[in-house]
Write a protein that binds this ligand. Sequence first.
Ligand code: FIX
Ligand code: ZN
Length: 410
Amino acid sequence: MTSALRQTVADIVQKTPVFDIHTHLYDPAFGELLLWGIDELLTYHYLVAESLRWLDTSYDKFWAASKTEQADYIWDALFVKHSPVSEACRGVLTVLNQLGLDVKKRDLPALRKWFSGQEPGAYITRICELANVRKIAMTNSPFDDAERPVWERGLQRDPRFVAALRIDPLLCDWPHAAQRLSGWGYRVNVDLSGPTYAEVRRFLADWTKRIDAQYCMVSLPPDFAYPAESDMARLIKYAIMPHGREHGQAFALMIGVRRQVNPALRLAGDSVGAADVGAVERLCAAFPENKFLCTMLARENQHALCIAARKFRNLHVFGCWWFLNVPGLIEEITRMRLELIGTSVTPQHSDCRVLDQLTYKWAHSRPIIAKVLAEKYETLATAGWEPTRAEMERDVHDLLGGSFEAFLKN
Ligand code: FIX
Ligand code: ZN
């Protein structure tokens, strides 16, 4: 019975299409911004950080190298000279294996040759099918000079990719954001006076409409405080919150990143710090009509964040973000979440930066979610409660994006 139940749950989790609620992937209409292929997989910033621990090449020499050369360095350091046991290394092998490529040969040129023969359109579909992903949320920043012109020109949207409005500069570096908004015709003042809040709201509304943003999001440092005497807190209170209420749009907080602790590592140079969950609780309490999504980067914050979700139904917890996206921690965090808030949570998002990673991120997370859920059903069975298959399918749908969609809709 026990193993049959585990098998059933694993099967349902495998077969249920997922809504991946936070990635850095782009609609194919963005062309080269949608990264894919073996060299992109190997130069993922998670692997850059790991490989530079072994390499004696200077950071400058590494960055001056072409992408192919960087991939060569990383392959040699992490796959040839040492065994690829880290989660990010294992991920590359899972991708290749799922694509039916032979990883045993350790033949990087042959892998490159295979990828160069792929036609992007068909390849995207193949990856989405392999990963069983039904919808992918992008990260869309009007402050990104590569991305903004594509939106401004207009594009034919791919329905598999939905938008999320990312506003880090607005909240984390208001003086520069103010200059940019002024340049785009919004009448804002750096001291937040006059029509500034109304104009920031106009900016948010314009972009929400332009990209059809499903939610608005920001990543924040561990010292994020609310309430506070800061530009950030004022902008949240007087611009983001009214905007959220007017548009029925949730505000996603990703808290706990310490940016650029080692700038020489560039994108790989960010770290983690424990934050104050009280700030999230105070936001939820101060703005009961607003909806909040939250993920936190520090393991130490996970328990308190779950408790915050028990106290505030306008808070939806999601994902095992970045350094938490390793099997041991996913299992621990997912178990704790199910035990504290049941299935009203989104245990995982992929944070993919390279399309192909969808296959590994979900292939690695799904069995863990299935294992924890099956374990919970088993404990119910000892009390005489046996979930039907339909109930299990409902629960898994909720965990893989359904509960998130319901939260956004309600
Ligand atoms: O801020 C974010 O959305 C982070 O996920 C990224 O900045 C980070 O670089 C990343 O890729 C983590 O997985
Ligand atoms: Zn991200």
